[in-house]
Design a protein. Sequence first.
Length: 112
Amino acid sequence: MPKTSFRKNSDSPLLIEIAEHFSTVPILAVTNSWFGNNGLWKPAYKAIGNRFNILSRLRCNNVLYDLPEKRKPKQRGRNKKYAQRLGSATDMAKTVQQEARFYNVKSLWKAA
């Protein structure tokens, strides 16, 4: 596969093309924090569907929220976007820092 420069808004077509070749298996995109937003997620998920997942490093100032409760039948108003605030990524990391472990991962990819 040729080396490709990943840029915002030009990466999802490449992922979609790869997913078409592997049409029966789940696709996991592992990205840095630059891609951890809807710029990559929405177009890729729309084309690939439930087979597409993204694993991205969170920015330290990202705020995390719990999932909102399901709507009651005939409830008025729009759906809630957010539920209880869980804290920033930094706050959440501090709560599990003692459980963190270091792993060596061997990669076939080499930085240019």
